[in-house]
Design a protein around this ligand. Structure first.
Ligand code: HEM
Length: 329
Protein backbone atom coordinates (compact mmCIF):
# COMPACT_ATOMS: atom_id res chain seq x y z
CA UNK A 1 0.00 0.00 0.00
CA UNK A 2 2.85 2.33 0.87
CA UNK A 3 4.11 1.71 -2.66
CA UNK A 4 0.91 3.15 -4.07
CA UNK A 5 0.68 6.15 -1.72
CA UNK A 6 4.20 7.44 -2.07
CA UNK A 7 4.23 7.86 -5.84
CA UNK A 8 0.81 9.53 -5.70
CA UNK A 9 2.09 11.99 -3.09
CA UNK A 10 5.17 12.62 -5.17
CA UNK A 11 3.06 13.14 -8.27
CA UNK A 12 0.97 15.71 -6.45
CA UNK A 13 4.12 17.45 -5.23
CA UNK A 14 5.55 17.35 -8.74
CA UNK A 15 2.37 18.78 -10.24
CA UNK A 16 2.32 21.51 -7.62
CA UNK A 17 5.92 22.30 -8.49
CA UNK A 18 5.08 22.41 -12.18
CA UNK A 19 2.17 24.68 -11.37
CA UNK A 20 4.51 27.00 -9.50
CA UNK A 21 6.92 27.11 -12.42
CA UNK A 22 4.03 27.64 -14.80
CA UNK A 23 2.68 30.48 -12.70
CA UNK A 24 6.10 32.12 -12.51
CA UNK A 25 6.29 32.25 -16.29
CA UNK A 26 2.64 33.05 -16.92
CA UNK A 27 1.55 30.70 -19.68
CA UNK A 28 5.02 30.47 -21.13
CA UNK A 29 6.67 27.09 -21.14
CA UNK A 30 9.96 25.48 -22.04
CA UNK A 31 9.93 23.96 -25.51
CA UNK A 32 6.57 25.48 -26.52
CA UNK A 33 7.34 24.67 -30.18
CA UNK A 34 8.61 21.12 -29.65
CA UNK A 35 5.54 19.66 -31.39
CA UNK A 36 4.32 22.54 -33.56
CA UNK A 37 7.72 23.46 -35.02
CA UNK A 38 10.45 21.19 -33.65
CA UNK A 39 13.29 22.94 -35.47
CA UNK A 40 12.28 26.45 -34.35
CA UNK A 41 14.95 27.07 -31.74
CA UNK A 42 17.71 25.64 -33.96
CA UNK A 43 16.62 27.85 -36.84
CA UNK A 44 16.87 30.94 -34.68
CA UNK A 45 20.32 29.83 -33.48
CA UNK A 46 21.43 29.34 -37.09
CA UNK A 47 20.22 32.82 -38.05
CA UNK A 48 22.12 34.37 -35.12
CA UNK A 49 25.24 32.38 -35.95
CA UNK A 50 25.08 33.47 -39.56
CA UNK A 51 24.72 37.13 -38.62
CA UNK A 52 27.54 36.92 -36.06
CA UNK A 53 29.86 35.26 -38.57
CA UNK A 54 29.98 38.46 -40.59
CA UNK A 55 29.58 40.89 -37.66
CA UNK A 56 30.15 39.72 -34.10
CA UNK A 57 28.93 43.06 -32.72
CA UNK A 58 25.41 41.94 -33.57
CA UNK A 59 25.45 39.66 -30.51
CA UNK A 60 25.32 42.38 -27.83
CA UNK A 61 22.85 44.27 -30.01
CA UNK A 62 20.46 41.30 -29.86
CA UNK A 63 20.61 41.24 -26.06
CA UNK A 64 19.79 44.94 -25.92
CA UNK A 65 16.93 44.35 -28.36
CA UNK A 66 15.21 42.03 -25.89
CA UNK A 67 15.51 44.62 -23.12
CA UNK A 68 13.99 47.28 -25.36
CA UNK A 69 11.21 44.93 -26.44
CA UNK A 70 10.27 43.78 -22.95
CA UNK A 71 10.38 47.15 -21.19
CA UNK A 72 7.91 48.75 -23.57
CA UNK A 73 4.40 47.21 -23.53
CA UNK A 74 5.98 43.89 -22.49
CA UNK A 75 7.76 41.25 -24.56
CA UNK A 76 5.43 41.52 -27.55
CA UNK A 77 7.74 42.47 -30.44
CA UNK A 78 6.12 45.92 -30.61
CA UNK A 79 9.63 47.33 -31.14
CA UNK A 80 9.91 45.56 -34.51
CA UNK A 81 6.92 47.30 -36.12
CA UNK A 82 7.71 49.76 -38.90
CA UNK A 83 4.34 49.59 -40.63
CA UNK A 84 2.94 52.36 -38.42
CA UNK A 85 5.23 54.86 -40.18
CA UNK A 86 7.11 57.35 -37.98
CA UNK A 87 4.52 56.87 -35.26
CA UNK A 88 5.84 53.37 -34.43
CA UNK A 89 7.54 52.69 -31.13
CA UNK A 90 10.90 52.16 -32.82
CA UNK A 91 10.94 55.81 -33.88
CA UNK A 92 11.32 56.97 -30.29
CA UNK A 93 14.80 58.40 -29.58
CA UNK A 94 15.10 56.04 -26.64
CA UNK A 95 15.72 53.26 -29.15
CA UNK A 96 18.66 55.13 -30.64
CA UNK A 97 21.28 52.77 -32.03
CA UNK A 98 19.04 49.71 -31.73
CA UNK A 99 20.19 46.94 -34.08
CA UNK A 100 19.45 43.31 -34.79
CA UNK A 101 15.86 43.81 -35.99
CA UNK A 102 16.93 42.51 -39.40
CA UNK A 103 18.31 39.31 -37.84
CA UNK A 104 14.91 38.64 -36.27
CA UNK A 105 13.24 39.40 -39.61
CA UNK A 106 15.48 36.90 -41.40
CA UNK A 107 14.93 34.18 -38.80
CA UNK A 108 11.20 34.78 -39.09
CA UNK A 109 11.26 34.49 -42.91
CA UNK A 110 13.00 31.11 -42.63
CA UNK A 111 10.61 29.93 -39.92
CA UNK A 112 7.61 30.91 -42.05
CA UNK A 113 8.86 28.56 -44.77
CA UNK A 114 9.09 25.62 -42.37
CA UNK A 115 6.19 26.33 -40.02
CA UNK A 116 3.93 29.08 -41.35
CA UNK A 117 2.04 31.09 -38.75
CA UNK A 118 3.48 29.27 -35.74
CA UNK A 119 6.49 31.05 -34.20
CA UNK A 120 6.02 34.55 -32.77
CA UNK A 121 8.44 37.41 -33.36
CA UNK A 122 8.46 38.02 -29.60
CA UNK A 123 9.80 34.51 -29.04
CA UNK A 124 12.41 34.94 -31.76
CA UNK A 125 13.70 38.04 -29.92
CA UNK A 126 13.96 36.09 -26.64
CA UNK A 127 15.63 33.09 -28.28
CA UNK A 128 18.08 35.25 -30.23
CA UNK A 129 19.11 37.12 -27.05
CA UNK A 130 19.59 33.79 -25.27
CA UNK A 131 21.75 32.52 -28.16
CA UNK A 132 23.75 35.76 -28.26
CA UNK A 133 24.66 35.37 -24.58
CA UNK A 134 25.86 31.79 -25.10
CA UNK A 135 27.83 32.83 -28.20
CA UNK A 136 29.76 35.44 -26.22
CA UNK A 137 30.90 32.74 -23.75
CA UNK A 138 28.04 33.45 -21.41
CA UNK A 139 25.79 30.84 -19.83
CA UNK A 140 23.72 28.50 -22.01
CA UNK A 141 20.14 28.26 -20.84
CA UNK A 142 16.62 27.38 -21.87
CA UNK A 143 14.04 30.12 -22.19
CA UNK A 144 10.30 29.60 -21.88
CA UNK A 145 8.40 30.35 -25.07
CA UNK A 146 4.79 30.77 -26.17
CA UNK A 147 4.69 34.57 -26.40
CA UNK A 148 2.31 36.09 -28.94
CA UNK A 149 2.92 39.27 -30.90
CA UNK A 150 1.25 42.50 -29.83
CA UNK A 151 -1.21 44.56 -31.82
CA UNK A 152 0.05 48.08 -30.99
CA UNK A 153 3.22 50.06 -31.42
CA UNK A 154 3.16 53.76 -30.53
CA UNK A 155 6.09 56.10 -30.52
CA UNK A 156 5.40 57.51 -27.05
CA UNK A 157 5.19 54.07 -25.42
CA UNK A 158 8.99 53.91 -25.38
CA UNK A 159 9.26 56.99 -23.13
CA UNK A 160 9.32 54.59 -20.18
CA UNK A 161 12.77 53.24 -21.08
CA UNK A 162 15.57 54.23 -18.70
CA UNK A 163 18.02 56.99 -19.65
CA UNK A 164 21.74 57.00 -19.01
CA UNK A 165 21.22 60.18 -16.99
CA UNK A 166 18.57 58.66 -14.69
CA UNK A 167 19.42 58.69 -11.00
CA UNK A 168 19.62 55.38 -9.19
CA UNK A 169 16.21 56.13 -7.65
CA UNK A 170 14.66 56.62 -11.09
CA UNK A 171 16.34 53.49 -12.43
CA UNK A 172 15.02 51.50 -9.48
CA UNK A 173 11.50 52.80 -9.94
CA UNK A 174 11.51 52.18 -13.70
CA UNK A 175 12.59 48.59 -13.09
CA UNK A 176 10.05 48.21 -10.28
CA UNK A 177 7.34 49.34 -12.70
CA UNK A 178 8.22 46.22 -14.72
CA UNK A 179 8.19 44.09 -11.54
CA UNK A 180 11.98 43.93 -11.46
CA UNK A 181 13.73 44.44 -8.12
CA UNK A 182 17.14 45.85 -7.18
CA UNK A 183 18.82 42.50 -7.75
CA UNK A 184 17.33 42.30 -11.24
CA UNK A 185 18.48 45.85 -11.90
CA UNK A 186 22.07 44.99 -10.98
CA UNK A 187 22.10 41.66 -12.81
CA UNK A 188 20.46 42.95 -15.96
CA UNK A 189 22.61 46.07 -16.12
CA UNK A 190 25.54 43.67 -15.99
CA UNK A 191 24.50 42.63 -19.51
CA UNK A 192 26.78 45.57 -20.32
CA UNK A 193 29.57 43.01 -19.90
CA UNK A 194 29.30 42.81 -23.69
CA UNK A 195 28.99 45.50 -26.30
CA UNK A 196 29.71 49.14 -26.81
CA UNK A 197 28.13 52.55 -26.51
CA UNK A 198 28.19 55.48 -28.88
CA UNK A 199 29.97 58.58 -27.51
CA UNK A 200 26.55 60.22 -27.76
CA UNK A 201 25.64 58.55 -24.45
CA UNK A 202 28.93 59.46 -22.76
CA UNK A 203 29.56 63.04 -23.91
CA UNK A 204 27.49 64.80 -21.24
CA UNK A 205 29.55 63.17 -18.49
CA UNK A 206 32.74 64.34 -20.14
CA UNK A 207 31.95 67.89 -21.20
CA UNK A 208 28.68 69.22 -19.81
CA UNK A 209 28.21 67.63 -16.42
CA UNK A 210 26.54 70.13 -14.01
CA UNK A 211 28.96 71.30 -11.31
CA UNK A 212 28.46 73.59 -8.29
CA UNK A 213 28.10 77.29 -9.08
CA UNK A 214 26.25 76.78 -12.38
CA UNK A 215 29.46 75.57 -13.99
CA UNK A 216 29.72 72.54 -16.24
CA UNK A 217 32.62 70.18 -16.81
CA UNK A 218 33.42 66.51 -16.27
CA UNK A 219 31.67 64.16 -13.87
CA UNK A 220 34.00 64.26 -10.84
CA UNK A 221 33.24 60.63 -10.03
CA UNK A 222 35.16 59.45 -13.12
CA UNK A 223 38.70 58.42 -12.14
CA UNK A 224 41.24 60.83 -13.74
CA UNK A 225 43.05 58.32 -15.95
CA UNK A 226 39.76 56.88 -17.21
CA UNK A 227 38.45 60.38 -17.89
CA UNK A 228 41.49 61.10 -20.11
CA UNK A 229 40.95 57.77 -21.85
CA UNK A 230 37.28 58.54 -22.53
CA UNK A 231 38.02 62.08 -23.69
CA UNK A 232 40.62 60.72 -26.10
CA UNK A 233 38.02 58.32 -27.54
CA UNK A 234 35.08 60.73 -27.49
CA UNK A 235 36.30 64.15 -28.63
CA UNK A 236 33.86 67.07 -28.21
CA UNK A 237 31.20 66.85 -30.91
CA UNK A 238 31.95 63.20 -31.73
CA UNK A 239 28.68 61.34 -31.20
CA UNK A 240 29.38 58.20 -33.17
CA UNK A 241 32.66 56.63 -32.07
CA UNK A 242 31.95 53.57 -29.94
CA UNK A 243 33.59 52.69 -26.65
CA UNK A 244 33.37 49.40 -24.75
CA UNK A 245 30.79 49.28 -21.98
CA UNK A 246 33.00 46.77 -20.14
CA UNK A 247 36.49 48.21 -20.40
CA UNK A 248 38.99 45.52 -21.41
CA UNK A 249 36.39 42.77 -21.89
CA UNK A 250 33.76 43.92 -24.34
CA UNK A 251 33.51 40.74 -26.42
CA UNK A 252 33.16 38.24 -23.59
CA UNK A 253 30.36 37.66 -21.15
CA UNK A 254 31.96 37.64 -17.69
CA UNK A 255 31.78 39.43 -14.36
CA UNK A 256 34.46 42.00 -15.12
CA UNK A 257 31.68 44.57 -15.63
CA UNK A 258 31.03 44.32 -11.88
CA UNK A 259 34.68 45.11 -11.10
CA UNK A 260 34.54 48.04 -13.51
CA UNK A 261 31.33 49.33 -11.94
CA UNK A 262 32.91 49.10 -8.49
CA UNK A 263 36.00 50.98 -9.68
CA UNK A 264 34.04 53.65 -11.58
CA UNK A 265 35.55 52.49 -14.87
CA UNK A 266 32.29 52.45 -16.81
CA UNK A 267 31.50 54.97 -19.55
CA UNK A 268 27.76 55.42 -19.03
CA UNK A 269 26.36 57.15 -15.97
CA UNK A 270 23.56 54.64 -15.33
CA UNK A 271 26.12 51.87 -14.82
CA UNK A 272 28.17 54.02 -12.46
CA UNK A 273 24.94 54.91 -10.63
CA UNK A 274 24.63 51.37 -9.27
CA UNK A 275 27.31 52.35 -6.76
CA UNK A 276 25.27 55.39 -5.71
CA UNK A 277 22.79 53.42 -3.61
CA UNK A 278 23.66 51.18 -0.69
CA UNK A 279 21.21 48.54 -1.87
CA UNK A 280 22.50 48.17 -5.43
CA UNK A 281 26.14 48.83 -4.44
CA UNK A 282 25.94 46.00 -1.90
CA UNK A 283 24.63 43.66 -4.58
CA UNK A 284 27.52 44.54 -6.90
CA UNK A 285 29.89 43.75 -4.01
CA UNK A 286 28.10 40.52 -3.15
CA UNK A 287 28.39 39.18 -6.69
CA UNK A 288 32.04 40.23 -6.83
CA UNK A 289 32.68 38.33 -3.62
CA UNK A 290 30.80 35.23 -4.73
CA UNK A 291 31.83 32.58 -7.25
CA UNK A 292 31.37 33.87 -10.79
CA UNK A 293 29.00 30.94 -11.38
CA UNK A 294 26.56 32.56 -8.95
CA UNK A 295 26.51 35.75 -11.04
CA UNK A 296 25.98 33.78 -14.26
CA UNK A 297 23.24 31.65 -12.71
CA UNK A 298 21.37 34.60 -11.23
CA UNK A 299 21.80 36.57 -14.46
CA UNK A 300 20.00 33.77 -16.28
CA UNK A 301 17.16 33.96 -13.76
CA UNK A 302 16.87 37.71 -14.26
CA UNK A 303 16.87 37.36 -18.06
CA UNK A 304 14.10 34.77 -17.88
CA UNK A 305 12.16 37.07 -15.56
CA UNK A 306 12.65 40.05 -17.88
CA UNK A 307 11.43 37.83 -20.73
CA UNK A 308 8.08 37.33 -19.03
CA UNK A 309 7.23 41.04 -18.61
CA UNK A 310 3.77 41.64 -20.06
CA UNK A 311 4.03 38.56 -22.28
CA UNK A 312 0.77 37.83 -24.06
CA UNK A 313 -0.20 34.21 -24.51
CA UNK A 314 -3.07 31.93 -25.51
CA UNK A 315 -5.39 33.51 -28.06
CA UNK A 316 -4.44 37.13 -27.36
CA UNK A 317 -2.43 39.11 -29.90
CA UNK A 318 -1.36 37.33 -33.06
CA UNK A 319 1.48 35.44 -34.70
CA UNK A 320 2.71 37.97 -37.23
CA UNK A 321 3.44 36.90 -40.80
CA UNK A 322 6.25 39.43 -40.97
CA UNK A 323 7.83 40.86 -37.84
CA UNK A 324 7.88 44.46 -39.03
CA UNK A 325 4.14 44.64 -39.79
CA UNK A 326 0.85 43.73 -38.13
CA UNK A 327 -1.15 41.08 -39.99
CA UNK A 328 -3.72 42.58 -42.32
CA UNK A 329 -6.33 39.82 -42.20
C1 HEM B 1 19.53 50.17 -16.56
C2 HEM B 1 19.13 50.82 -17.61
C3 HEM B 1 19.89 50.79 -18.90
C4 HEM B 1 20.35 51.86 -19.58
C5 HEM B 1 20.19 53.33 -19.22
C6 HEM B 1 21.04 51.36 -20.75
C7 HEM B 1 21.64 52.14 -21.71
C8 HEM B 1 22.39 51.66 -22.76
C9 HEM B 1 23.07 52.48 -23.73
C10 HEM B 1 23.02 53.99 -23.79
C11 HEM B 1 23.71 51.66 -24.59
C12 HEM B 1 24.54 52.05 -25.80
C13 HEM B 1 23.64 52.05 -27.03
C14 HEM B 1 24.38 52.37 -28.31
O1 HEM B 1 25.15 53.35 -28.33
O2 HEM B 1 24.18 51.63 -29.29
C15 HEM B 1 23.46 50.32 -24.15
C16 HEM B 1 23.96 49.20 -24.78
C17 HEM B 1 23.66 47.93 -24.39
N1 HEM B 1 22.71 47.56 -23.46
FE1 HEM B 1 21.91 48.75 -22.06
N2 HEM B 1 20.99 50.00 -20.76
C18 HEM B 1 20.28 49.61 -19.63
C19 HEM B 1 19.94 48.31 -19.32
C20 HEM B 1 20.20 47.22 -20.10
C21 HEM B 1 19.61 45.91 -19.90
C22 HEM B 1 18.59 45.58 -18.83
C23 HEM B 1 20.13 45.10 -20.85
C24 HEM B 1 19.86 43.65 -21.12
C25 HEM B 1 19.51 42.79 -20.23
C26 HEM B 1 21.06 45.89 -21.63
C27 HEM B 1 21.85 45.42 -22.65
C28 HEM B 1 22.69 46.20 -23.41
C29 HEM B 1 23.69 45.66 -24.32
C30 HEM B 1 24.04 44.20 -24.51
C31 HEM B 1 24.28 46.77 -24.95
C32 HEM B 1 25.36 46.76 -26.03
C33 HEM B 1 24.70 46.97 -27.39
C34 HEM B 1 25.68 46.98 -28.55
O3 HEM B 1 26.88 46.77 -28.38
O4 HEM B 1 25.19 47.16 -29.67
N3 HEM B 1 21.03 47.18 -21.18
N4 HEM B 1 22.64 50.33 -23.05
Amino acid sequence: MADGVLPAALTVAFLLLLGTIGAAHGQLQMGFYSDSCPGAEDMVTAAVQEAAASDATILPALVRLQFHDCFVRGCDASVLITSAGNAAEVNNNKHQGLRGLDVVDRAKAELEEQCPGVVSCADIIALAARDAIAMTNGPSFEVPTGRRDGLSSNVRDADVLPDVSDSIQVLRSKFAASSLNDRDLVLLTAAHTIGTTACFFVKDRLYSYPLPGSRTGSDPSIPAAFLSELKARCAPGDFNTRVPLDRGSQGTFDDSILRNIRAGLVPIASDAALEASNATGALVGAYLGAASSSFAQDFVGAMIKMGTIGAITGDAGEIRDVCSAFNTN
